[in-house]
Design a protein around this ligand. Structure first.
Ligand SMILES: NC(=O)c1ccc[n+]([C@@H]2O[C@H](COP(=O)([O-])OP(=O)(O)OC[C@H]3O[C@@H](n4cnc5c(N)ncnc54)[C@H](O)[C@@H]3O)[C@@H](O)[C@H]2O)c1
Length: 358
């Protein structure tokens, strides 16, 4: 595999929370291929068709641990046992609609879970870099036509978005109080950043109420794809885009711990900011069959209509930029779902990472 990180991850001890999930499984596969010793911490995968299960990555990494991030003592124990050097914290309750049903659990997992991970980092001398994954929805959404910048105010209407806004405030507080760059090398040895991606799509996601899994379920069942919010605009990006950003950022933080410990947006270029209807149409085109049905409901639960990220900072200071345009993103996403029934899913993922890096 092409190594855009110049051998940086080879032999590094990397702990990934949420490795059984969509983004975490891809990140674990990529890190494992680069030679990192990956320790994963998460709950049971949601289904037998998840990328985590089908790829078999759980059997390849150093440790595949089932543990709840709400259990702070357990997190400290795991960190103490495996002595990670780099932590990517992705574990979360990540669904807006579900957060209306289980707001308390959403806050417990997202906010207290994140604090437990930061406390485990604080208690473990080996950790040098912590990359905390929040979301583009952490910003106070004003439904504006311009992208949010990293220093825009946090907020969130629904419990999921606001829990991630609250995470950002907690991360900022822990950085000021315990991992302050001014005290680096004197009181601590940790560089802590938070990262905000857009709406991530790619193979192996079967979550409820997300557009790509909804499309695939309908296409596989030979039913029309029901679109709840056809006009909602989101910054769509392939899963490998933000992951490449998180990994590049961690490398930069390792090499220069006080320079990059801040918030970062990893979204798509402006042209990939499409509405839900356009994204579903691209999937139908790639599959060569299927139809869309508008099922908008004026009484539906509130979800943001317009959301964009400004990625100037990551481009100029990290030298990161999205690799795929909207069309290639849809092609790569469809490809996993077209192939997963007949081919080795680990190999599909490696092919797609190579394709992405070309
Ligand atoms: N998918 C997206 O479009 C998107 C966009 C922006 C941000 N994010 C963020 O990226 C991260 C990963 O999202 P995803 O789409 O892969 O979600 P996912 O639901 O596929 O995976 C979530 C992971 O978190 C784990 N988890 C959940 N609750 C846990 C708990 N209490 N203890 C331990 N582990 C727990 C699950 O087991 C799973 O491994 C989340 O933090 C999410 O908020 C996702």
């Amino acid at each position: 595999m092409i190594d855009i990180f110049n051998n940086f991850y080879k032999g590094k001890r990397v702990l990934v929370t949420g490795h059984t999930g969509f983004k975490g499984s891809w990140l674990s596969i990529w890190l494992h291929e680069l030679g990192a010793e990956v320790v994963g911490v998460g709950l049971e995968p949601y289904s037998e068709k998840d990328n985590f299960v089908l790829s078999g990555i759980g059997q390849k990494i150093k440790a595949d641990i089932r543990a709840d991030i709400r259990d702070g003592e357990k997190m400290k124990q795991i960190f103490n046992e495996y002595q990670p050097e780099i932590v990517f914290h992705l574990a979360a309750q990540p669904l807006v609609r579900l957060s209306y049903e289980i707001p308390v659990e959403t806050y417990q997992t997202n906010v207290m879970g994140t604090i437990n991970i930061m406390e485990a980092i604080r208690a473990t001398q080996s950790v040098k870099v912590g990359v905390m994954i929040t979301t583009d929805k952490c910003y106070d959404n004003k439904e504006q036509m311009t992208g949010y910048k990293e220093n825009d105010p946090f907020g969130g209407y629904d419990p999921y978005s606001s829990s991630k806004g609250a995470c950002e405030i907690a991360i900022q507080s822990w950085r000021r109080s315990f991992f302050n760059p001014e005290d680096y090398g004197k009181k601590h040895h940790v560089s802590l950043a938070s990262v905000r991606a857009g709406n991530v799509i790619g193979g192996g996601d079967w979550s409820k109420d997300r557009i790509i899994p909804d499309c695939i379920r309908a296409l596989e069942a030979g039913k029309p794809i029901e679109i709840r919010s056809p006009k909602a605009v989101r910054p769509w990006e392939h899963v490998l885009e933000p992951l490449s950003g998180y990994m590049l950022l961690a490398q930069k933080m390792w090499e220069n711990p006080t320079e990059y410990c801040e918030g970062w947006n990893f979204g798509p270029e402006q042209e990939s900011v499409l509405n839900v209807w356009d994204v579903a149409t691209a999937m139908v085109e790639n599959f060569g069959f299927g139809e869309l049905k508008d099922v908008s409901d004026p009484n539906a639960l509130h979800e943001a209509n317009l959301l964009m990220l400004d990625i100037t900072k990551a481009k100029t200071r990290l030298g990161w930029k999205p690799r795929l345009d909207a069309k290639r993103c849809a092609v790569l996403t469809s490809s996993w779902y077209k192939r997963y029934k007949n081919e080795d899913v680990y190999d599909i993922c490696i092919d797609e990472i190579n394709e992405f890096l070309k």
